[in-house]
Design a protein around this ligand. Sequence first.
Ligand code: MCA
Ligand code: AMP
Length: 505
Amino acid sequence: MNLSTLFAIALERSPDKLALEFADAEQPGRVERYTYGELYAAVERWAGALQRLGLQKGDRIAFFLGNRPEFVIAYLAVIRLGGVMVPINLRYRKREISHILHDSTARFLLTEASQQPVLDELEAGDLAALERVLSVDATESWLDDASTPAPVLVQGEDLALILYTSGTTGRSKGAMITHNNVLATVTGLLSAWAWEREDVILLPLPLFHTHGLIVGLHCTLAAGATTRLRPHFDLAETLEVLGSGSATLFFAVPTIYFRLVDALRRMEKKPDFSRMRLFCSGSAPLPAETHTEFEQLTGLRILERYGMTETGMNLSNPYAGPRIAGTVGTPLPGVCARIVDGQNNPVPPGVEGELLVRGSNVFDGYWQDPAKTAASFSTDGEGIRWFHTGDLARQDAQTGYVTLLGRRHELIISGGFNIYPREIEEMLCAFAGVIEAAVVGTPHPDWGEVPVAYLVCTGALDEAGLVAFCRSQLASFKLPRRFHYVEQLPRNAMGKVQKHLLPKG
Ligand code: MCA
Ligand code: AMP
């Protein structure tokens, strides 16, 4: 089975059902709607055009595109042809985009007019194997006379996506996601969260990440339900849609819940969320206080779940049963999880260790990086291969629920976007006058965590110049919020920087 087959089931059952609605609060009155039948026809048309342009099975096509119907249509067309979609975070800039284009050796890039200024910064050397840039705002030359696509044999083991995830070495690495991987997460969630064809999801999360693309869009398509896609999160519109009864599902990252709680707290007349079936949170830890306050304000308990780009969804609080704040629940259908000590031996409930997972949801490995792939898996005494999540966890002896306690690596999660300190440290050290740099995450009321930098410098530093340099090189969410100047970085006997000994702030 492949992902197109799953989409075809919904089409077969209800071609006239509303599949996709797109509206933009900044352009009132502009609403685009597609039934399953219309969406299918559009996908076939795009697949025909992309095939005619030469997109073949296994070819990578990068998407530098915001949430809009063309993202959904083009993506479904690409996987229909056995192509591999490589989404790029819209906040990425020249250096980050160039790395992804080089590493994935994408043949095509699909973009839109509003992203052109960013792409204009790319130089010939940044474009790597790119043969053609296609804009969804200028389709006349390649889409208009599309013919029906020839059939392509696409199987479960074939790649559907390469998702770039922040790397410990400063450069992001491509997680190879097969059709089977996505199918595993989708089928697991459809049963675990009791999806119905009558469901309507309000989806403002970016489609360039697993949360929006697989958990939000794919599950909704597979359920034959309706997606109300939005270009981005808009607080007022979200409250309006959820309160008007025109959605049943809402999935978000903790930053969005912080903002919802803050707004609800200040509203005298609370919106009526009685038609809402499920509020989910994931991608970063949801503080127990937010969970509790959301319930006090709405009468509804958020369902928190846990996933990763490399694995799709792993654990979840139950749909029916206690949703315990501060936990991520138990393994989803088809997922096995264990918590191990430093020697990879399972630890008993109540003891902290690293969380390992296995199942059809777990990715194939990192694109063209067998060494990193090998380092991410271990094989147990029975010859079974486990993926090392790098997340530290503990299982409760009574409930069996898992609580995440932190991470083995230094990942910072800001508003659901991942930041690896090493990438920023390398950038800071490239600036004149910086000898050494250490970046750590510090708590933030809105973003959850933000990066701050500790610098050892040769003398007085041009901080404005450093900020401008970082802005030109890094996505803006990676910019350190504060710079601390220190004489030296604390190190242990082996010379390794002891980040926990840095002064707080
Ligand atoms: C935007 N900014 C941020 C972030 N987002 N800064 C820090 N952290 C962020 N996450 C900055 C922008 O760069 C900009 O800075 C300024 O804030 C305003 O930008 P704006 O677009 O207006 O921000 P926003 O609308 O307030 O966005 C907040 C957001 C967004 C809605 C929370 O970050 C978001 O959609 N996050 C969700 C990410 C997500 O889906 N993650 C899932 C990945 P400047 O003005 O300086 O340029 S993880 C995953 O998929 C795994 C599998 C899982 O478990 O789910
Ligand atoms: P990504 O690499 O973007 O897929 O992010 C995956 C990481 O996000 C995981 O390894 C966790 O550290 C974190 N994460 C995802 N969901 C949760 C959650 N519910 N609570 C805490 N951390 C989470």
